[in-house]
Ligand binder design. Structure first.
Ligand code: SAM
Length: 213
């Protein structure tokens, strides 16, 4: 087996052992090379199951957390998905193989530009990356079938709840920024919202307004 194939096998094994069992999610994560989303010093750790630093003092999330969040989102090929927190673009790229269309928003212009270049290089044509304050959602594109928030909010943001279609699902880490947070699954039913606590997680905070770079 080549070194590359062995690395990929270890990567998928780590995902499965952490509870990522959905075949479509595993196949999307096998196809999107995390190595294309990590640069510089940390590139050689791209296949480790660990978060890594990216530009603007942010992080690319741990692969097993990406897998578990994607799995919990129950994305179907008809879905229009909003991701809040583009970061490196890795999560949006994985979602793009599962959904009809992905909108991804980050408050840092530099991250959005870098992610757009990666999407273009990989030929991922169904992702739109936007600079903005994702805590307000994207009213012009709403409603969304699925919403994935990859930064921690103190509560599920009201504008995002309002932009979730009936029957839709939102996954959001909730809690104070420097403590352990809870990953919450929100379902919008005909009579309101249903909240389920999935697992403890640790994310950078969701910050209102735009970043400097
Ligand atoms: N999903 C990313 C990936 O696949 O690399 C990792 C996201 S990183 C953990 C969190 C991201 O949320 C950061 O890039 C940060 O700039 C962004 N963020 C924080 N607050 C935000 C806000 N209000 N609107 C949009 N993005 C925000």
């Amino acid at each position: 087996m080549t070194e590359d194939a062995e690395r990929k096998m270890r990567f998928l094994f780590a995902l499965r052992s952490q509870g990522v069992t959905d075949a479509r999610v595993l196949s999307a994560m096998e196809r999107i090379d995390r190595g294309a989303f990590v640069t510089g010093l940390f590139a050689e750790r791209a296949y480790d199951d660990t978060p890594l630093p990216i530009s603007c003092g942010q992080t690319i999330s741990q692969p097993s957390v990406v897998g578990l969040m994607t799995q919990a989102l129950e994305v179907t090929p008809r879905d229009k998905v909003l991701e809040v927190g583009t970061g490196s673009g890795y999560q949006a790229a994985v979602l793009s193989l599962l959904a009809r269309r992905v909108y991804t928003v980050d408050r840092h212009r530099r991250l959005v530009r870098e992610a757009e270049a990666r999407f273009a290089a990989l030929g991922l044509a169904n992702i739109t990356a936007i600079v903005g304050d994702g805590s307000r959602g994207l009213p012009d594109q709403a409603p969304f079938d699925r919403i994935l928030v990859t930064a921690a909010a103190e509560d599920p943001p009201g504008p995002l709840l309002a932009q979730l279609r009936e029957g839709g699902i939102m996954i959001v880490p909730v809690g104070q920024s420097d403590t352990v947070q809870s990953l919450i699954k929100v379902r919008r039913g005909p009579d309101g919202f249903d909240y389920e606590e999935l697992r403890p997680v640790r994310f950078v905070p969701l910050i209102e307004g735009l970043g400097q770079d």
